[in-house]
Ligand binder design. Structure first.
Ligand code: 5AD
Length: 432
């Protein structure tokens, strides 16, 4: 009997990696991946619930899959953060779903399939990391989880509910996984955690900076990145590790969420505007060429025009290269529901637009500043939009599309002369 699976992934890198793990597990069980859901015997939806009407999206997707299930024998599993958040309710509202499995159970798919478990949403003590069973999508890059869950409890955020309490992996187990990934040609490693820099080895107590250094020193790690860092967890050891290892990307995603200390307090972000700016200054002092990116929430309950202006002025002060901004979205069970109503949607949309306009100008200037320079680029494969061109990223994580020799081995570092700046990317030509 053929066993085909189809998997759909929404959301963050953690979810992408969870899908690679689910996928790897299924392949070991003899399943084959298909890209057309109508060919599948097993459909997994790996869902995200961080913003927007995530639940509704999942239910409407499930409505369509119900039709497919009428035509053939088919198992449907809802995984990821909506599964964790909704639990049993999914089976009540969509009884044609076979099982619901939260992110804490990704390593236990075997048991779920074998025992016909219908709801797996507890957070097991032993999160199983089967490093053999990761079906990595990229030939040059590997994601490696170092810490799961989050203890920060920001008032707007669903993650503590969907991913549970913080749990760090053992230092040696992370290093083993990195070595295994490098042995298969993955020259770029990205360490993952909802609050990645809160990492602390459960056995030895070694912190994130120590782990960063140890991973950076593994032979064959050409480039090392990590996401997502919490500003209140940035410490000296992390900064020194970045400063002292050339293969650690000159890029740091440091979500600020708001430029107003009053809003930050209500979000329970554990820092003020001043403290955040101080952290940025400390990092810049050690690593002047660093590219900062951030996340911002616009329209948190009670956000005034003046407070929004503080966010704009903070953006100008930091001069982020990249920026991701979202309208506040009330999430079930989060403390911010009690803080107040979201801002009027029209006002929030208008603020979001002003913010994007401001950042657009800054980004353009930043990208233009690369023109004429020769920069090292890690070659990842053909360009998505123009297969005749090669594509890769700079050390500070800008995408570069360039003319060069297609026989270049994937994962090589090339010198590329930048000729022009596009909307989000750079263009150039490989030089000898
Ligand atoms: N509303 C809007 N944005 C949110 N984010 C997280 N929760 C919410 C919410 N309830 C944003 C934050 C976070 C990013 C991953 O998603 O900016 O950093």
């Amino acid at each position: 009997m053929s066993k085909n699976y189809y998997i759909e992934t929404w959301g963050c890198q953690m979810n992408e990696l969870d899908s690679e793990r689910l996928s790897g597990n299924l392949k070991l069980r003899g399943y084959q991946r298909v890209e057309d859901e109508s060919q599948a015997d097993l459909i997994l939806l790996n869902t995200c619930s961080v913003r927007d009407k995530a639940e509704q999206k999942v239910y409407s997707r499930l409505g369509r899959l119900r039709e497919l299930k009428k035509e053939k024998e088919l198992k449907i599993g809802v995984c990821g953060c909506v599964a964790q958040q909704e639990g049993e309710q999914i089976l009540e509202r969509a009884p044609w779903v076979d099982f619901v499995m939260g992110p804490g159970n990704v390593g236990h798919l075997d048991a779920v399939l074998e025992h016909g478990t219908r709801v797996a949403i507890e957070f097991p003590e032993d999160r199983n990391y089967d490093i053999v069973a990761v079906d990595r999508t990229s030939a040059t890059k590997a994601w490696v989880t170092i810490i799961e869950g989050c203890n920060k409890n920001c008032t707007f955020c669903i993650v503590p509910t969907t991913r549970g309490r913080e749990q760090s992996r053992e230092f040696e187990s992370v290093l083993d996984e990195v070595r295994a990934a490098v042995a298969t040609g993955r020259v770029e490693i990205e360490l993952l955690g909802q609050t990645v820099n809160a990492y602390r080895c459960p056995k030895s107590g070694r912190d994130f900076g120590a782990l960063l250094s140890a991973v950076a020193e593994i032979p064959g790690v050409v480039r090392l990145r990590f996401t997502t860092s919490h500003p209140a967890e940035v410490n000296e050891s992390m900064i020194v590790a970045m400063r002292d290892h050339e293969n650690i990307s000159r890029y740091l995603h440091l979500p600020v969420q708001s430029g107003s200390s009053r809003i930050l307090r209500r979000m329970k972000r554990l820092y003020t505007r001043e403290k955040y700016l101080e952290t940025i200054a400390r990092i810049r002092e050690a690593i002047p060429e660093i590219h900062f990116s951030t996340d911002i929430i616009v329209g948190f309950p009670g956000e005034t025009e003046e407070e929004f202006q503080e966010t704009l002025s903070l953006i100008e002060e930091v001069r982020y290269g990249s920026l991701f901004a979202f309208k506040y979205s009330p999430r079930p069970g989060t403390p911010s529901l009690r803080i107040g109503e979201p801002l009027d949607d029209e006002i929030a949309s208008e603020r979001l637009q002003r913010l994007f306009d401001l950042h657009e100008r800054m980004k353009k200037e930043k990208l233009e500043s690369y023109r004429g320079r020769v920069v090292p680029v890690l070659y990842e494969g053909p360009s998505r939009n123009d297969p005749a061109m090669l594509s890769g990223r700079t050390d500070d994580y800008w995408v570069v599309n360039f003319h060069g020799d297609p026989a270049t081995p994937l994962g090589s570092i090339l010198g590329v002369r930048i000729d022009s700046a596009q909307h989000h990317t750079l263009r150039g030509e490989a030089v000898a």
